[in-house]
Write a protein that binds this ligand. Structure first.
Ligand code: ZN
Length: 146
């Protein structure tokens, strides 16, 4: 078992204090909301997808350090990827935090690997990814920003 000091390592706190790509996305054509009632985490994810490529992504919401850092890391890691690549990354990430897969291909996302030791935190870490999948399914539905 690792302890909480290791789980809440500096990279996670950095993304919690200064979330990357935070705020509404003008020109988004996909949007989804996610909620984790176990912890009270909320996330709204905005995507701009063209020709199967995620050109831009931003998020809003409020959540614990794990949920916020995970959403922030997600935005950094899916921008510029194809929808298929993003969904593969999601499978890898969920495999990592649920402990069914070994790490090695996830780059910076591996800072959240310690979550697997805290089952009550897994839903915090996966919330943004499930929300991303919902947003990708929300094919071409226009989103108004007002
Ligand atoms: Zn949480």
């Amino acid at each position: 078992m690792i302890d909480l000091r290791e789980l809440y390592q500096e990279t996670i706190f950095d993304h919690y204090r200064k979330p990357r790509n935070y705020g509404r996305l003008d020109g988004a054509n996909r949007r989804a909301e996610g909620y984790n009632p176990l912890c009270g985490d909320k996330v709204v994810l905005y995507l701009r997808v063209e020709n199967g490529v995620i050109l831009d992504v931003r998020f809003e919401g409020s959540g614990c350090a794990i949920a916020t850092a995970s959403a922030s890391l997600l935005t950094e890691n899916i921008k510029g990827r194809s929808e298929e690549e993003a969904l593969q990354l999601m499978d890898g990430f969920i495999g990592m935090v649920t402990g069914v897969a070994t790490t090695g291909e996830l780059g910076k996302l591996e800072v959240l690997a310690g979550v697997r030791e805290f089952p009550q935190r897994v839903k915090c870490a996966t919330l943004a990814w499930h929300t991303m999948k919902a947003a990708l399914k929300n094919a071409d539905e226009p989103v108004t920003t007002e």
